[in-house]
Every structure is written in structure tokens, then in C-alpha cells.
Design a protein around this ligand. Sequence first.
Ligand code: PGA
Length: 246
Amino acid sequence: MIIYAGKDYQDVSRKAANIMSAQIIMKPDAVLGLATGSTPVGMYAQLVEWYKKGDLDFSRVTSVNLDEYKGLSGDNDQSYRYFMDHNLFDHVNIDKARTFVPDGLEEDSDKACAQYNEIIRQTGGVDMQLLGIGGNGHIGFNEPGDAFEKETHCVDLTESTIRANSRFFESMDEVPKQAYTMGIGNIMAAKKILLVATGTSKAEALYNSLYGPITPKVPASILQLHPDLTVVADEDALSMIREKIK
Ligand code: PGA
């Protein structure tokens, strides 16, 4: 495991973008595993800037995203497809036909998950998987539980997530109650993993994930077993590690 410390969100975003860029330059037909959330927004903005300067070429890149809300179409501004289009895909020369996100409109969960596992297999495997981390140690929508889920599966969102999301929708009926997410096995199969974390709200999860026991109660703790894990985090997110690991 390599940990890079950044000063702040901007610095972390640039460092993470540097690592992702290196992957694309070294392997122009790379398969990137991508993530949504507030953490990677700055990294995507940096990649777009470097693309516009002519330093990056996405024309042969394939991407597979971690997760998507069940029931939302890609046009819905709360969907993760929409997020990816707006933060990255619409601003670079990636072939949209080779950008994959679980199909939120597929009502048959078994079918949606089997299809997504097959898509991941057909890419030939993820070269670099980007991950954020939840304050509870979740990765993708793999929440703390009694077992690690291996492949893409459908998860019931927690009451607090549903409530938090309700402010983005006109009625409670429209708020997604479930999501499709890659499993821990899919994530661990990536050749390289790039975990990005900023802010004190991530400090405990980051410490537990990287130095605590490996347990499904902290899903990201499984990353300790990955042979090629790079972490980029700011001083706030690293604060508990700094305190405990001398
Ligand atoms: P965030 O979410 O980037 O919005 O903090 C990360 C995550 O929950 O995986």
C-alpha cells in the first residue's frame, strides 16, 4: 500500500488525477473503474482540464462505474449516469458506448446484476478502480454487514439515505429505495485500486479500513488484501492514522 498525503481537497484531486492520467497514458485502452460522490468531482475537473490542454486522450478508454440507483433513468439529474456525463464524459473524447453504468431502469434485479457482471467480464477486467469511502467504511453501495457480497447485487438503501435523498425529489415515491452496486469481488479483481478520501468525517473510516481488522463491518478493510492499493488523502482524513501509527 502506498499513501500519498495531500494538503487539501484541491491538492488531493490533482494527485489522484495524476495517477489516473498515468494509467491512461501508459495504457491508452485502459479499463477504468469509476466512482461518483463529492470526492472525485475535483479529480474529474482536473482530468477535463488536462484533456482540453491536449495532454490526455480518452478515445480508447473503457469505463465501468461502481453503482446506480434502481428506478432512475440516465436523464434524471440524481442518477449516477447523469453525474458521470456531466462531470467527465461530456467534456472528453471518450466513446459513450464504452462507458458503462448499471442499468437503473432494469426492474428485474437478477437480470440487471447478471448483465453488469457480464459487461465487466467482457471488458477484460478493470485496470484501475477509483474508490471513495463512506464515513462508515462503505465502498460503492457495499454497506457494513455480516458478509462481503462478491458480485454486482441489489441493495436496499438505508432509511437515512432515503431521507437524505428525498430533498432532491418532488415526492417520496420518486426517491430510489434500492441501488445496484458492484460487489467486493468485482472491486478486488481490479489490477490497481486508487482510494481517495478527504475531510475529518473520513478519518475514522480510513484508519479502520487500512489498519483495523478485515471485516465486512468495515467493507473497505478488505482493501488491505489488495496487492496494488494507492491511497490519496488530505491531512484531515489522515489525522487518525497520523495519531495512531508512529
Ligand atoms: P463522498 O462519498 O465522496 O460524497 O464523500 C463517498 C462514498 O460514499 O463512497
